[in-house]
Design a protein around this ligand. Sequence first.
Ligand SMILES: Nc1nc2c(ncn2[C@@H]2O[C@H](COP(=O)(O)OP(=O)(O)O)[C@@H](O)[C@H]2O)c(=O)[nH]1
Ligand SMILES: [Mg+2]
Length: 204
Amino acid sequence: MNKGNFEVRKIEFVKSATKPEEYPSDDLPFVGFAGRSNVGKSSLLNTLANRKKLALVSQTPGRTRLLNFYRVNEALYFVDLPGYGFAKAPKAQQAQWERMMNRFVEANARLRVMVTLLDVRRELEPDDRALLDWLVYHGVPIIVALTKADKVGHGRRIETLRARQKELAPWNPAEVLLFSSLTRLGREDLLAAIARLVAPSDAT
Ligand SMILES: Nc1nc2c(ncn2[C@@H]2O[C@H](COP(=O)(O)OP(=O)(O)O)[C@@H](O)[C@H]2O)c(=O)[nH]1
Ligand SMILES: [Mg+2]
C-alpha cells in the first residue's frame, strides 16, 4: 500500500456478517466506519469510493444492522458498521448491536483503525463518548471525521476544527479532520490517514 497517495482503485461488496466466523476469511486488515445514524456515513463511504451508490447494499432491508465488508484494492476491507443512536430502538435490538460491535472490536487483531464520524455541528452525546471510550479501552486507533463540514461557514471552519480537536484530545485520536461529501473536503486527508494506520511502516 502506498502511503503517500492511497487511492481507492477498486472496491467491491463482499459480504454482510454478524459474528467473527462470518468475517472474510483471508487476513486482509479492516478499517471500520462508525457513527450515529444520519451522521453521513453512507455518503462518506460513497465519496471515498467515488461512487454514487456503493452503500446501496446497506440500504437493503436488514443489512443496515449488519457489518458490511467491502474489499478495497485487494488490500484491505472497509467495514461499514451499523449506525447507533436510535433513541427508540428496542432494548433487545440495542443489546444485539452491542454484542456485534463488541465482538468486532474485541476479537479483532485485524482492525487497524476506526473512522469515527461526528456531525461537525453537534455536541458529543453519551453514546459517542461511550464508543470513543471503548475504542481507547481496546487500543483501537481512532480517526475522527467531522462530517457535513460544508454546513459550517468557511470562516468558522478552522475555529470549529480547533475546538473539536481540543474536546476530543482526551481520547487521543490519531487524526481529527473536517469532511464533506458535498464538496469532498477532507477526502485526500482521510485516505492518507487511513493508509498511515493500515501500513504504519512499509509502503508496498
Ligand atoms: N450538506 C451535507 N449533507 C450531507 C453530507 N453527508 C451526508 N449528508 C446528508 O445527511 C443525510 C444522511 O446521510 P447518510 O450518508 O445517509 O447518513 P448515514 O445514516 O450515516 O449513512 C442525507 O440527507 C445526506 O444527504 C455532507 O457532507 N454535507
Ligand atoms: Mg447509511
